[in-house]
Ligand binder design. Structure first.
Ligand code: ATP
Length: 796
């Protein structure tokens, strides 16, 4: 049954009214911004800083309102009167959702123009429109409900079996600001036949068959019930989401981050949320999702970026990565730090102002023991060591002088102590015993001084030690990042580490700023309009203009309120250790698929990965595959079974049109065969955009990917004016054709995938079966195997 024109027309009026309201809110924010900018605040620094803070706030608000423009509204519920889900449309109350309050308050008490009249539909209690943000009309009546509000959950969860008070659910499909299609699902039979009972083409199917453009899109309009339950699961504790490829784990993880930020704004606004992904390419792929959901304050980092100051992209060879990721390294680092505290092997003679003094090892040992007793990190405990050593040396020197006939009173002792403190010999003595160390220096020494490493690792095999050998100046790798962090934890701040000191001072200042901001907001009568956290972000003085997210990202000692880990199956023991330090409360969302683990240091089960770090965790499963057509899924799962890889089978939502294709070629013929395959592909045309042509990934063995990309680029003559058709690695995202190694394809998806030399991928990688399984499950439409491929990887 097709939707009637009349019905479409009525909904168009609603959509128009909602956009009109959005525009009003934007104008309002712009007006407030220019008003604040024009304010004369005199020379008072505090006042200026507050004015700047308010200005930034309005700028942010404007930016946010712009981000939600596309598909502002996407759903409508028709509710039973008086049903639970059908209560008055409302957003959660402040302070947990100040953004809703911003809408409410932004028109109050200002000279905003009269709002466009609200269509009657928007005020009917049995109708509830759902969108990216909440909106209210000028009379404070709810017009649009934020998808994260509790009352919106029924939109995602109602089923025919369990309608939750919903009589019908409607999806509104917009192109730009125009309503183009309506899809209805009716749960109440009595509605059938009426004007509002039309069944349309499934919004979900439309979303999942849509062409991909190289960037992940949000799924806010079509979140499924099982996904919604995970998204809204409580903040506390560690939640593991296990699911096969394409089941929406990444999508769910990102929507959960947006939901948690909304539902716990007060708490998480202060501490922040960290989203961790496997690589830069992956983060680039997903980076647009959170802003499109109205969330700009989440910190996103790859595993190579979790130690401030180091941006590691290079991976170690598998054996090295496995060793560096292992528990053994934590113990080694602890031993290395301890080994840098050295009691002299015999008496040392030092000279202080012409006086020679013999220092016995016991004096140093005793000072060391006293300093170590409190269990402080190396650099911090060193201060105590130096204090005790100087006290003891002063006593020894005084005793020697008295013995020589001098008298030494308290004032003299002070002078002696100062002489000792500044004496060159003493500095050498104490530094040799206990040197302040940076994490970079410690790790660099371990790698570059084989003799020292051998001393520390007597129970290791020689070949393991050899794996760590590295030139001192070689850049740090992704697997070094958690080791640097571990070392930083053991060492503590360097005495002259200004950055760390500033970060600590900053944290303290932040607390004071928050108090100040609350007072400023109360003074300005802006309670509910502005939240203190955002205002602090704008303080030019103590807050230095950085948001919580920026501040957190730069501070190694920052602890987040929640951490979302995607592709979590890849993490090593040492990487988990680092993450738990960043969130000691252990509030985590951990999504991944153990069967897809292909990094050398990854675990074989969630228990193995998590039990050492989490006392308890809860697990959810996702089983419906929204990406891969069943024809491809069956092939990939058959292959996994043949290779003995334990996978979580998925149920594809569609059968797919294209069989998995095979093209014969081998050796030197592989690249020419690939060129022939792509010769007629519209995507090979330089000048066409990915959004127009759709995307294709060529997944080749890691060792061949560069060569294949170069050959393709040359043959297609793609460095043309305008768009370049082919890109290698992350540079390929957003281009019509991307050439990737299997590892780089992790978490991504493309309309079409061509796997080059699958047999070599299987044989070559550390976990070749997983690598090939990942590669085979990236396509949304079509999969082609070019060259040698295992027999099981084909339709029976
Ligand atoms: N409810 C939904 N509505 C529309 N599209 C969806 C839905 N859930 C998932 N998808 C789409 O399915 C595809 C796969 O999702 P996603 O990348 O999150 O899966 P994944 O489980 O992380 O996969 P992998 O393990 O292979 O990385 C994406 O295009 C995503 O937008």
């Amino acid at each position: 049954m097709r939707v009637s024109e009349r019905e479409l027309e009525r909904e168009r009026e609603v959509v128009e009214a909602l956009y009109a309201r959005l525009d009003e809110q934007r104008d309002e924010a712009a007006r407030r911004l220019s008003k604040v900018r024009a304010e004369r605040v005199g020379g008072n620094h505090q006042a200026r800083s507050e004015r700047d803070a308010f200005a930034r706030l309005h700028e942010d608000r404007l930016a946010e309102l712009r981000e939600v423009d596309a598909r502002l509204v996407f759903g409508r519920l028709l509710l039973e009167r008086g049903a639970d889900a059908g209560g008055a449309v409302d957003a959660p109350s402040a302070p947990d959702a100040p953004r809703a309050a911003v809408h409410a308050a932004s028109t109050a008490g200002t000279e905003a123009p009269p709002a466009a009249s609200t269509p009657e539909r928007l005020t009917r209690p049995e109708l509830r429109y759902i969108g990216r943000i909440g909106l209210r009309d000028a009379e404070q009546r709810a017009m649009l409900l934020d998808w994260r509000a509790p009352q919106a959950a029924a939109f995602y969860r109602a089923t025919a079996a369990e309608p939750l008070g919903v009589r019908a659910r409607r999806h509104l499909a917009l192109a730009g600001r125009e309503l183009v299609r309506i899809d209805d699902e009716v749960f109440d039979d009595t509605l059938l036949g009426g004007d509002e009972t039309v069944q349309g083409e499934g919004a979900l199917l439309a979303a999942i068959t849509a062409r991909r453009g190289g960037r992940m899109r949000d799924i806010v309009a079509t979140i499924q019930g099982e996904q919604d339950r995970i998204i809204r699961s409580e903040l506390r504790g560690a939640l593991v989401v296990q699911g096969g490829p394409g089941t929406g784990k990444t999508a769910v993880a990102l929507h959960r981050a947006a939901y948690l930020a909304y539902a716990n704004r007060e708490r998480l606004g202060r501490s922040g949320i960290l989203v961790v992904g496997p690589s830069d390419a992956f983060l680039q792929y997903v980076e647009a999702v959170l802003p499109s959901l109205g969330e700009t304050g989440v910190v996103m980092r790859s595993l190579g970026e979790l130690y401030p100051g180091v941006d590691a992209a290079a991976e170690d060879p598998p054996a090295v990565a496995r060793l560096k990721g292992s528990r053994r390294m934590a113990a080694l680092l602890a031993r290395a730090v301890k080994a840098r505290r050295i009691v002299p092997d015999g008496p040392r003679t030092i000279e202080v102002d012409g006086e020679r003094l013999t220092v016995r090892p016991e004096l140093i040992r005793t000072a060391m023991q006293k300093a170590e007793r409190r269990g402080k990190p190396h650099n911090v405990a060193r201060v105590t060591f130096v204090k005790h050593a100087l006290d003891a040396l002063t006593e020894r020197l005084a005793a020697q002088l008295v013995k020589g006939g001098a008298t030494v009173d308290d004032a003299d002792r002070k002078v002696l102590r100062e002489d000792l403190r500044t004496a060159y010999d003493v500095r050498v003595l104490l530094n040799t015993a206990w040197l302040p160390l940076s994490p970079e220096k410690l790790l660099g020494d371990l790698y570059a001084r084989p003799a020292w490493l051998a001393e520390l690792t007597r129970d290791w095999r020689e070949e393991d030690r050899a794996l760590l050998a590295r030139e001192r100046r070689a850049p740090f790798t992704v697997s070094d990042v958690p080791l640097l962090d571990e070392a930083a934890e053991l060492l503590g701040e360097m005495p002259d580490d200004r950055q760390a000191a500033r970060a600590a001072a900053d944290r303290a200042q932040h607390g004071r700023d928050l108090e100040h901001a609350r007072a400023a907001i109360a003074d300005a009568g802006a309670e509910g309009v502005v939240d203190a956290e955002r205002l602090v972000a704008g303080f030019a003085g103590g807050g230095d203009g950085r948001t919580t997210a920026e501040r957190a990202a730069a501070d190694r000692g920052w602890t987040y309120g929640h951490i979302v880990v995607d592709e979590a199956q890849e993490l090593s023991y040492m990487q988990w250790r680092l993450l738990v330090r960043r969130c000691p409360l252990r509030s985590f969302t951990i999504v991944g698929d153990i069967a897809q683990a292909s990094s050398a240091a990854s675990a074989r089960s969630w228990r193995q990965a998590l039990d050492p770090h989490f006392r308890q965790w809860r697990q959810e499963r996702l089983t419906v595959n929204y990406r891969t057509p069943a024809r491809i899924t069956r092939v990939a799962e058959r292959f996994a079974a043949a290779e003995g890889l334990a996978i979580t089978p998925t149920e594809s939502v569609r059968e797919g049109e294209h069989p998995v294709a095979r093209v014969d070629a081998a050796g030197a013929d592989l690249v020419p065969a690939l060129l022939a395959l792509l010769a007629d592909d519209p995507r090979a045309d330089a000048g066409i955009a990915a959004e127009e042509a759709g995307t294709l990934a060529v997944i080749a063995p890691a060792a061949d990917a560069d060569r294949v990309a170069a050959a393709l680029a040359e043959a297609l003559g793609t460095v043309a004016v305008g768009t370049v058709a082919v890109g290698r690695g992350s540079a390929g995202l957003g281009r019509p054709i991307a050439v990737l190694a299997p590892d780089e394809a992790k978490g991504l998806e493309f309309d079409e995938v061509v796997i080059v030399d699958a047999a070599r991928i299987l044989a070559g990688a550390a976990r070749g079966v997983s690598a090939l399984y990942v590669a085979a499950t990236r396509a949304t439409q079509r999969l082609t195997l070019l060259g040698p491929a295992p027999a099981a990887l084909a339709e029976p």
